[in-house]
Design a protein around this ligand. Structure first.
Ligand code: PLP
Length: 392
């Protein structure tokens, strides 16, 4: 069967996500000189809008780069080779950020945690209390671990740091939570927030950002480590754009529209919509696994399940990739795969960004259909459970 499936693809990857037609149309316009007043006004409005989403009054830098670029910007500006950072293990993305730090010569201590139940903040506080010499320069966190569908209580981590009077910086990767789940950079005492364009902001991949606290700016000024493209000081010197190189004007056209959409709906309503869709997804998965033989939620800590992505553990011996291949080839439903050690064992349903009830129900019903045609064992009633949850 080589025919291309008809109809729209149902895209339920946890990033990139669906780009709304309004954003696509806003980007469909002629280019502007990135030094022109017309573009500068758009860029400044976007900066102000992103700061409202981050809930920060501090400094924002944006990069022509995917999320990895913003990860590197945070590390390159704040640390020198030989500095120690503590990374809270959450899953594949915490490991990848740690790997990047190691490659930059930074000493990384991993605060180990079970991926399915999440890090114990009280134990993290104990570890910080033991660091009497304050060798740990920063605590690195992934607010929403896209690989496991688990959230980390970043505000609790700040509280633990304050209670132990530890002066380390707090860094938080919000790539898959920004504009989908509550996040309060300043109120939570986050020093650097890392974000990307292609998830809750509903844009193409390729632009990323860091919200930076005044304290982190001071640390970066004193840091002698060589850096160029990510250099915040250098970016300040490139005012008014604060961009090194050519600013991606079409990304800003799209961002202006996506910010408008988020603010028309209202951020709290956006978060509530994500919570509703996530609840329905979890209801479906719990029903599929109700007999103990079907797929199960990967995350096991009820209060830490993500509202933007759900990771689903396949029954023992059943390949999540074989099932995903049927879903896309036969039914045009794109689901996320398992990452790192979860490859083949987990599939992920992205429910973030430009998504509504019928789109989610289409995804869940087609997931059931693909499980049936692939021979994945599951208990009936998943879609009914999702409908009941949404109708609530
Ligand atoms: N951090 C998290 C939590 C992510 O989900 C991702 C990508 O999915 C990244 C970092 C890396 O971002 P990018 O793929 O845009 O470089």
């Amino acid at each position: 069967m080589n025919a291309k499936p008809r109809g729209r693809q149902f895209f339920n990857n946890p990033g990139p996500t669906n780009i709304p037609d309004r954003v696509l149309r806003a980007m469909d316009r002629p280019v502007l000189d990135f030094m022109s007043d017309e573009f500068l006004a758009i860029q400044h409005a976007c900066h102000a809008g992103v700061k409202r989403v981050l809930k920060t009054d501090q400094t924002l830098y944006m990069y022509n780069a995917s999320g990895h670029g913003a990860w590197e910007a945070a590390l390159a500006n704040l640390f020198s080779a030989g500095d120690t950072v503590l990374i809270v293990e959450t899953g594949y993305f915490s490991l990848s950020w740690a790997e990047m730090a190691v490659n930059l010569g930074i000493k990384v201590e991993t605060f180990a945690a079970d991926w399915r139940t999440g890090a114990d903040v009280a134990k993290l506080a104990e570890r910080l209390a033991k660091d009497k010499a304050h060798e740990i320069k920063a605590v690195l966190t992934v607010h929403n671990e896209t690989a496991t569908g688990m959230v980390l209580p970043v505000a609790d981590i700040r509280r633990a740091m304050d209670e132990t009077k530890h002066p380390a910086l707090l860094l938080s990767d919000t790539i898959s939570s920004l504009a989908s789940m509550e996040y309060k950079m300043d109120a939570w005492g986050v020093d650097v927030t890392v974000g990307g364009s292609q998830k809750g902001l509903m844009l193409p991949t390729g632009m990323s950002l860091t919200g930076v606290s005044n304290k982190a700016i001071e640390v970066s000024r004193k840091n002698k480590a060589p850096r160029h493209y990510w250099n915040w000081e250098l970016m300040n010197g490139r005012a008014p754009q604060k961009f090194i190189g050519t600013a991606p004007v079409h990304m800003f056209f799209g961002l202006q529209e996506s910010l408008k959409m988020l603010e028309e709906e209202g951020l709290d309503a956006v978060f509530q919509r994500h919570a509703r869709l996530a609840d329905a997804t979890r209801a479906a998965v719990r029903a599929w696994g109700a007999d103990g033989k079907g797929p199960q939620l990967y995350g096991q800590a009820k209060d830490r399940l993500s509202n933007s992505v759900t990771a689903v553990m396949m029954p023992e011996g059943v390949s999540s990739d074989g099932f995903r291949k049927i879903a896309i080839d036969r039914y045009n439903l794109s689901l996320g795969g398992g990452l790192g050690p979860l490859m083949g064992k987990v599939f992920r349903i992205g429910h973030m960004g430009d998504l509504n009830e019928p789109m989610l129900l289409g995804c869940l019903a087609t997931t059931e259909l693909a499980m049936k045609t692939t021979g994945v064992p599951f208990a009936p009633g998943g879609v009914d459970a999702a409908i009941a949850s949404l109708a609530n």
